[in-house]
Design a protein around this ligand. Structure first.
Ligand code: ADP
Length: 257
């Protein structure tokens, strides 16, 4: 088993005349938190969309744990252990914390379909098990969400919604978590709390790896082990945050120093 969990090999994506990703190669190590940074339009979201099977690649390949997953369906990529959160919150606001989290666990969806065949007692037992699974995951985050599992998420502040979205991603016990601008819509203090939670998640999760797209450079500096910088779909730098922040091309293209 190599230390590399994910590899992009010469990944290219064209949308008509726009080359969103241009011969992009990178890797992610097991247990690593990697920052994917760059100006707007540099190809960060497109990288997530190719990796999760939303768009087919125009060229190149993606290897996950040694397996070629290029152009696999979103479902197959999820089953391989890759999950994501989105920049804009995607919770179902009238539903409870519990329901929003369990949507992320398709093993439960299967049992849901079979529920009619199970009978009341067995169904109740399964419900209690899944409830406890979701509750104990939520309890590992700061705040008191675990005591409010049946409350609708619509009334909750953004930081709680972000925590729930991360729990929804983690409930399927993934190996790779993709975070798309988790700080969006939050105050500096809330972002700081959420980053503490994310570092705790990584510390707990056996070998969980994370790629984070984020514009807040304080976040990137605090939580990443390594960064990859994109500009116009091309990789222009790679290294620790300190290394890429000191790079003249990165300063020119992105940091505006
Ligand atoms: P970032 O996430 O770094 O802001 P994106 O990956 O969203 O950048 O976009 C990279 C480039 O690809 C941009 O020029 C964007 O306009 C283009 N692009 C992204 N998605 C599409 C799409 N579905 N159709 C056409 N162009 C797209």
């Amino acid at each position: 088993m190599t230390n590399s969990l994910l590899e992009f090999r010469n990944l290219t994506k064209r949308f008509g005349g726009v080359t969103a990703l241009d011969d992009f190669s990178m890797h992610l190590n097991r247990g690593e938190i990697l920052g994917l940074i760059g100006p707007n339009g540099s190809g960060k979201t497109t990288s997530f969309n190719l990796l999760t099977g939303i768009y087919p690649a125009s060229g190149g390949s993606i290897f996950f744990d040694g397996e070629d997953i290029t152009n696999k369906s979103p479902r197959k990529v999820y089953e391989a252990g890759v999950v994501r959160t989105f920049q804009r919150s995607r919770l179902c606001l009238p539903l409870s914390i519990y329901d929003n989290i369990m949507i992320g666990d398709t093993s439960r969806l299967k049992t849901g379909i079979c529920a009619n065949l199970l009978g009341r007692k067995a169904f109740r037992k399964q419900y209690e098990e899944t409830f406890e699974k979701a509750r104990s995951l939520v309890a590992t985050f700061s705040g008191n969400l675990a005591d409010r599992m049946m409350e609708p998420v619509g009334a909750l502040p953004m930081i709680e919604r972000r925590r729930i979205e991360i729990c929804r991603a983690l409930i399927s016990e993934p190996r790779l978590l993709l975070l798309d601008e988790p700080s969006a819509g939050m105050t500096h203090d809330e972002t700081d709390q959420l980053m503490t939670d994310i570092l705790d998640v990584r510390a707990r999760g056996e070998g969980l790896s994370i790629i984070i797209v984020e514009h807040e450079m304080g976040v990137i500096e605090r939580i990443t082990d390594r960064c990859v910088v994109l500009s116009y779909g091309r990789k222009i730098a790679e290294g620790s945050y300190a290394e890429v922040a000191a790079d003249a091309e990165v300063q020119n293209a992105y940091l505006g120093v």
